[in-house]
Design a binder for this molecule. Structure first.
Ligand SMILES: [Zn+2]
Length: 390
C-alpha cells in the first residue's frame, strides 16, 4: 500500500514532514518518497498510534464507584473497594466491559495498551477472552494474588511453592508480570520475580504513605526494594527521590507516569521533567478505568498544562507527544511507537482540516491540547485500517 501526499510526524524525533509518500509493507512501515499509484491522503497527518503504557481495564465495570476515601480504600490489592467489586462481578460482565474499553481506546487512537491484570491466571485468561477478535495490541502483565504482611517482610519469607506454581501458570499465558508493589512482597519474593524471562513491571512510590511505610518496616525506600524485581519499567514514581530516580535511570528502561490517575486520587502530579533530566525515559499511562478515562489526548493535555502551571516553566509539547508514542516503544523494546522503516505500521490519521485543528500552526501543540476522538479520520494497526476510513 502506498499513502500519498501525507503529512507525517516521522521517526524518533517526530520530525514534521509536510507532504510525503509513505509505503506500507504488510504490517510494517516501508520507505518514504516512493512514487506510483496509491491512496491520496491530502489533508491528513499521520502520527504514531498511542501506546497506553499502564491500564487496569479489569475494573471497567466500576467506573467512579468510589470517589471518596483513601487510595487504599479504593484500590488496595486486598482490602480496596475495587477488589470487592471485581470479586462480586460475573466474569461475563467483566469481559463485556473490558471489550467496551478496548473499543473506546481504539476510537481514541490507542493502538497498544499495557495492562496490569489482577486475578492470577484466571484474570489473564479473562482479558484474553475480551481481546478475542479485537485488533488492538495488548501486553498483559499478570500477577499472583498473594500478599505478604509486615512480619513476613521483616522475616524475609520466601514465596510459597503454591504461589510459584501459580506464577508459572500466569507467565505461560501472559506477556509478563505487573506487580502491585514492593510493600506487599519480601526481598526474597521480589528477587524470585526478577528471574522471570518475560516483561517485569511494578508500581512504585505512588503515594507518600507507601514511601513512609516502606522506610518504617524495611529501612529502605520503596523504589530501592522495587528495583529488586529488575523491572523493565516502574509505574508512578510520583514521590521518588533523586537517588531513587538515579537508580531507576540506571537499572530500568523507564518510568510510566499516570498524572490524571494520581490527581484523581488526590496524590500529587509526577515531575516528569525531573525524571527526564536525571536520565529516565518516561512514558504515559491512564491507569485504572475505575478512576480515570482511557484517553491519551486528555492525559497529554493535562500533563502538559499542570506541569507548566505548577513549575512555571515552558515545556515543548513535542516532548509530551513522544512520551505517548516513541518513548513507550523504547521502554517496551519493540519496533513500535515511531513511524519509520521496519516498525509496526500502527498510526492515527488526524484530519488537519477538522474544526478544532485548522489552521494547524504547530502540529505538536495541536495534538497535545486540541485534538480529540473527533479529529481522527482513521486508525491503523499493523498496516490495516481498523477504524474510520482514508
Ligand atoms: Zn496501576
Amino acid at each position: 500500500m502506498l499513502l500519498k501526499n501525507l503529512s507525517i510526524l516521522y521517526g524518533n524525533d517526530l520530525q514534521y514532514l509536510r507532504q510525503s509518500n509513505l509505503s506500507i509493507n504488510g504490517d510494517k512501515f516501508g520507505k518514504l518518497g516512493l512514487a506510483g499509484k496509491g491512496i491520496d491522503c491530502e489533508g491528513l497527518l499521520l502520527i504514531p498510534g498511542f501506546i497506553n503504557m499502564h491500564t487496569h481495564i479489569g475494573d471497567s465495570i466500576a467506573k467512579d464507584a468510589t470517589l471518596t476515601g483513601s487510595v487504599d480504600s479504593k484500590i488496595h490489592p486486598v482490602l480496596g473497594a475495587k477488589q470487592r467489586i471485581l470479586r462480586q462481578s460475573l466474569p461475563d460482565h467483566l469481559v463485556s466491559f473490558m471489550k467496551n474499553t478496548c473499543h473506546s481506546m481504539i476510537r481514541k487512537g490507542i493502538t497498544t495498551f499495557v495492562d496490569f491484570r489482577e486475578g492470577g491466571p484466571d484474570g489473564v485468561a479473562l482479558l484474553r477472552k475480551a481481546l478475542k477478535d479485537l485488533p488492538i495490541r495488548a501486553f498483559i502483565l499478570g500477577r499472583v494474588e498473594t500478599y505478604q504482611d509486615k512480619t513476613q517482610l521483616q522475616q524475609n519469607q520466601r514465596l510459597s511453592d503454591e504461589s510459584k506454581r501459580t506464577l508459572a501458570n500466569v507467565l505461560r499465558i501472559s506477556d509478563g508480570i505487573g506487580l502491585s508493589g514492593a510493600n506487599e512482597n519480601s526481598d526474597s519474593s521480589l528477587k524470585f520475580f526478577s528471574k522471570s524471562k518475560k516483561i517485569r513491571a511494578i508500581h512504585s512510590s505512588e503515594t507518600k504513605q507507601s514511601m513512609t511505610y516502606s522506610k518504617k518496616i524495611t529501612k529502605k525506600t520503596e523504589t530501592e526494594r522495587a528495583l529488586l524485581v529488575k523491572p523493565h519499567f516502574l509505574v508512578h514514581m510520583t514521590y521518588a527521590g533523586i537517588s531513587d530516580l538515579k537508580n531507576a535511570s540506571k537499572k530500568s528502561r523507564g518510568i510510566v507516569v499516570c498524572p490524571r490517575a494520581n490527581a484523581s486520587l488526590a496524590e500529587g502530579i509526577p515531575n516528569f521533567e525531573l525524571m527526564s533530566k536525571i536520565g529516565c525515559r518516561v512514558g504515559i499511562g491512564t491507569d485504572n478505568v475505575m478512576i480515570n478515562s482511557p484517553d491519551m489526548f486528555r492525559e497529554m493535555d493535562y500533563l502538559w498544562k499542570t506541569h507548566m502551571g505548577l513549575h512555571q516553566k515552558r515545556i515543548d509539547p513535542k516532548e509530551i507527544l513522544k512520551m505517548a508514542t516513541v518513548n513507550a516503544g523504547l521502554i517496551l523494546n519493540r519496533k513500535m511507537g515511531s513511524i519509520k522503516t521496519g516498525f509496526l505500521a500502527d498510526g492515527i490519521f488526524i484530519d488537519k482540516h477538522s474544526l478544532d485543528l485548522e489552521p494547524m500552526h504547530n502540529p505538536y501543540a495541536s495534538i497535545v491540547q486540541r485534538a480529540s476522538e473527533s479529529s481522527i479520520s482513521a486508525v491503523m494497526i499493523g498496516g490495516k485500517i481498523i477504524h474510520g476510513s482514508l
